[in-house]
Design a protein around this ligand. Sequence first.
Ligand code: DLZ
Length: 174
Amino acid sequence: MSSADKNLSSYDVNKLPSVEEFNFGIIVADWNEKITHELYNGCYDTLVKHGAKKENIHTVQVPGTFELPQGARILNKNKSIDATICIGCVIKGETSHNEYINMSVANALQNMAIATAKPFIFGVLTPNSMEQALERAGGVYGNKGVEAAVTALRMVVLDNELKGGNSSIGFGKS
Ligand code: DLZ
């Protein structure tokens, strides 16, 4: 998420099949809301653009990035969700709080993804400054909320395709 490279993936998102039957969760941290709400908008709009029904997108707001995994867990406990996207922004400060928050959130989301075999997407910016954050929230490096949504879409489609016995997503040579 922190790379300055705008084109992180050469994947053609237009090849994605419709995802209208899937349920999505977006957990968004209100800390640094100028950034996270912009990421949220990019994420939400991308899901809708690719066929997700608005009534199938469940938004949960939590106080800070540290609460993202718990928000994700609570949502998934109460609703059937196919992919959960967690959005936050932890700006490096004078102390090492960012390291504790970022690592614990990354580990928690990965653990939930492995345990449930469902995607829990790490849509957390970890910039050194507000300027770097703005560059990635609709600025010169795009909107990383869009990338987080595309990652979720790819993973739900992958799961669905493999369930159906079709493993054509990837570098398949047919
Ligand atoms: C406490 C804190 C600090 C210092 N910085 C951030 C930040 O940059 N981004 C963010 O999302 N949250 C921050 N927080 C709040 C924590 O995520 C959390 O909400 C509190 O520690 C309470 O658990």
